[in-house]
Design a protein around this ligand. Structure first.
Ligand SMILES: Cc1cc2nc3c(=O)[nH]c(=O)nc-3n(C[C@H](O)[C@H](O)[C@H](O)COP(=O)(O)OP(=O)(O)OC[C@H]3O[C@@H](n4cnc5c(N)ncnc54)[C@H](O)[C@@H]3O)c2cc1C
Length: 427
C-alpha cells in the first residue's frame, strides 16, 4: 500500500466536542495552537479558575506534531546536564534540570488525574549508541543525571542486546523516569480535560493577525475576531508569520515513522521484552522504537526538509531497510503503517520561551522532545499568563532571534541526513 496512514489516528479515541466560535467575543487568555503545549497551557489556566481561556486551532486538537510523534515521554533536553549550568549559570541551570527532569511526572499525573485513555507505559527508556565512544559520551551524561538523584542505570553491550533485542548497539543507559504514551490519544485527552476544567476550544479557526488595541490584543481569524489580554503562541513547527521573526527562529524538519504488522509472540518476546522504549542519540539521524500492546513494532527515523509524498518515499525505504537490519527476526513481517511528523529545531537544540511583545508569550522548538517538555512548558505559559514574573519561572525567557536563512542548522541537518542515507543504503 502506497498511501500514508498513521497508526495513532487509527487507534486513538475520538476527540471531544469543540465549542462553536463566537466572533466578537473575548477571553482573558487566548491560546494559538491546539497541540500538547497549547492544551496543557489551557488546562493549567482553567484548573486555576478565575481567568477565561480560549484555544484557537487551525485544524483539530492533535492535528499537528503532537498527534504524529513517537510518543516517548522523556525527561531532559538535548544538552548534557552540566552544560545547562555552564550556559545559564548554576542557579538557572539547576532549576531547568529539575523542571525538565520532572516533566514526565507531570505527564503521567495528568493522565491519572483526568483518566486519559492513551496507553501510558512507564517502564523506562533506553538510550543507546553504536560506537564505544558514543556510549562513553552517553554514559557521561547519564552520570550527571545520577549525581542529581535520577534513577538511571548504565548498560553494557550484552545488557542492551538482551533488553532491546538487537546486536547493533555498543551500550547505553536506562532512565526509569521515562515512558511512552499514544501521542494523539494523549493530546485529545488533554483537550477533553481542558474543556472539562472550563477552557473553550475552537477548531478550524486559523489566527491570521494580532493587533494591539487599547491595551488588549485583537486576534483576527478566518472566522472573525476575538479580544484577549494575553496571547500564548503554541504553534511549534507550524509557526507562521503572526509574530515577526518567530517562524524563522526554528528550522522545520520532517521525521518518518512506520509500524509493522503485529509480531508473532515468539518474535515479540525478543524485542524490548521488558516494555521499555529505546532511542539512539544520533540527534539528526535518530532511530526510536517501542512495541505496542497489539505487538506492532513502531519505529521512527529522520525524514527530510520536505514531507514524504507517499509510503514508498526514500525516507521510508531507508527506515524499513535499517529496521530489518537491526532486527533480523522481523525479516518477513510487513510494515502496515507509514506516516510522518513535522518538527521544529533550534540552533542550540533547546526549546525556547519568548516574549516578543508585551502580553504575547511563545514556547517552541522542541527538537523531537516535546511530549513531556511541551506539557511542562505549557504549564509555564499558564503561570506566566496568570501573572507570575518571568524571572521566577524555572526556564529562561530569551530574546527572539531569527536564524538568518536557517543556514547553519539547515546545513548541519542536510549533511547529517545525507550521511545517514548513504550509510544505510550501502552498508
Ligand atoms: C517525527 C517526530 C517524532 C517525534 N517524537 C517525539 C517523541 O517520541 N517524544 C517527544 O517528546 N517528542 C517527540 N517529537 C516532538 C513533539 O512531538 C513536538 O515537539 C510536540 O508535539 C509539539 O507540540 P506543540 O503543541 O508545541 O505543537 P503541535 O502539536 O504541532 O501543535 C501546533 C498546532 O498549532 C496549530 N496552528 C499553527 N498555526 C496556527 C494558527 N495561525 N492559528 C491556529 N492554529 C495554528 C497547528 O494546526 C497545530 O495543531 C517528535 C517530533 C517529530 C517531528
Amino acid at each position: 500500500m502506497n498511501s500514508l496512514c498513521s497508526l495513532w489516528s487509527e487507534t486513538a479515541p475520538i476527540g471531544p466536542e469543540l465549542h462553536p466560535f463566537e466572533p466578537g467575543s473575548s477571553a482573558d487568555v487566548i491560546v494559538v495552537g491546539g497541540g500538547i503545549t497549547g492544551l496543557s497551557a489551557a488546562l493549567h489556566i482553567a484548573e486555576q479558575g478565575g481567568q477565561s481561556v480560549s484555544v484557537l486551532e487551525a485544524e483539530t486538537p492533535g492535528w499537528g506534531t503532537s498527534g504524529q510523534a513517537g510518543g516517548q515521554v522523556i525527561a531532559g533536553l538535548h544538552a548534557a546536564p552540566d552544560d545547562l549550568s555552564a550556559t545559564f549559570g548554576d542557579e538557572m541551570g539547576e532549576r531547568m534540570l529539575s523542571f525538565v527532569g520532572k516533566a514526565p511526572d507531570l505527564v503521567f499525573q495528568l493522565i491519572e488525574r483526568y483518566r486519559i485513555d492513551c496507553n501510558p507505559v512507564r517502564k523506562g527508556w533506553i538510550q543507546t549508541n553504536r560506537s564505544v565512544r558514543g556510549v562513553r559520551a552517553l554514559q557521561r551524561d547519564a552520570l550527571m543525571w545520577a549525581k542529581r538523584g535520577a534513577p538511571v542505570e548504565m548498560l553494557d553491550r550484552a545488557q542492551i542486546a538482551r533488553l532491546v533485542g538487537t546486536q547493533v548497539y555498543a551500550g547505553g543507559w536506562l532512565d526509569r523516569r521515562n515512558g511512552t504514551v499514544q501521542p494523539l490519544a494523549y493530546t485529545r485527552g488533554l483537550a477533553k480535560a481542558a474543556i472539562e476544567a472550563g477552557a473553550k476550544i475552537h477548531g478550524n479557526v486559523r489566527v491570521q493577525k494580532l493587533t494591539r488595541e487599547g491595551g488588549r490584543w485583537r486576534v483576527t481569524t478566518n472566522a472573525g475576531h476575538l479580544m484577549g489580554s494575553v496571547v500564548l503562541i503554541a504553534t511549534n513547527a507550524f509557526t507562521d508569520g503572526l509574530v515577526s521573526r518567530l517562524r524563522r527562529s526554528v528550522l522545520r524538519v520532517h521525521g518518518v515513522q512506520i509500524a509493522t504488522a503485529p509480531l508473532p509472540d515468539r518474535v515479540r518476546a525478543t524485542i524490548l521484552p521488558q516494555g521499555q522504549s529505546c532511542a539512539d542519540n544520533h540527534i539528526l539521524s535518530v532511530r526510536y522504537f517501542r512495541v505496542e500492546p497489539d505487538n506492532r513494532l513502531v519505529i521512527g527515523g529522520p525524514g527530510w526538509l520536505t514531507p514524504p509524498r507517499n509510503a514508498r518515499a526514500l525516507s521510508f525505504q531507508i527506515l524499513e531497510r535499517s529496521t530489518r537490519r537491526m532486527f533480523p527476526q522481523i525479516a518477513n513481517i510487513p510494515f502496515d503503517y507509514h506516516w510522518y511528523g513535522r518538527g521544529a529545531m533550534t540552533a542550540d537544540l533547546l526549546p525556547h520561551l519568548h516574549e516578543p511583545q508585551p502580553g504575547i508569550v511563545a514556547a517552541l522548538g522542541y527538537n523531537g522532545r516535546g511530549i513531556a517538555a511541551g506539557t511542562a512548558l505549557g504549564a509555564l505559559l499558564a503561570r506566566r499568563a496568570l501573572g507570575e514574573p518571568a524571572r521566577d519561572l524555572p526556564f529562561p525567557v530569551t530574546a527572539l532571534s531569527a536564524l538568518p536563512f536557517n543556514t547553519a542548522p539547515a546545513a548541519r541537518y542536510y549533511l547529517s541526513i545525507a550521511a545517514d542515507r548513504l550509510r544505510h543504503l550501502f552498508d
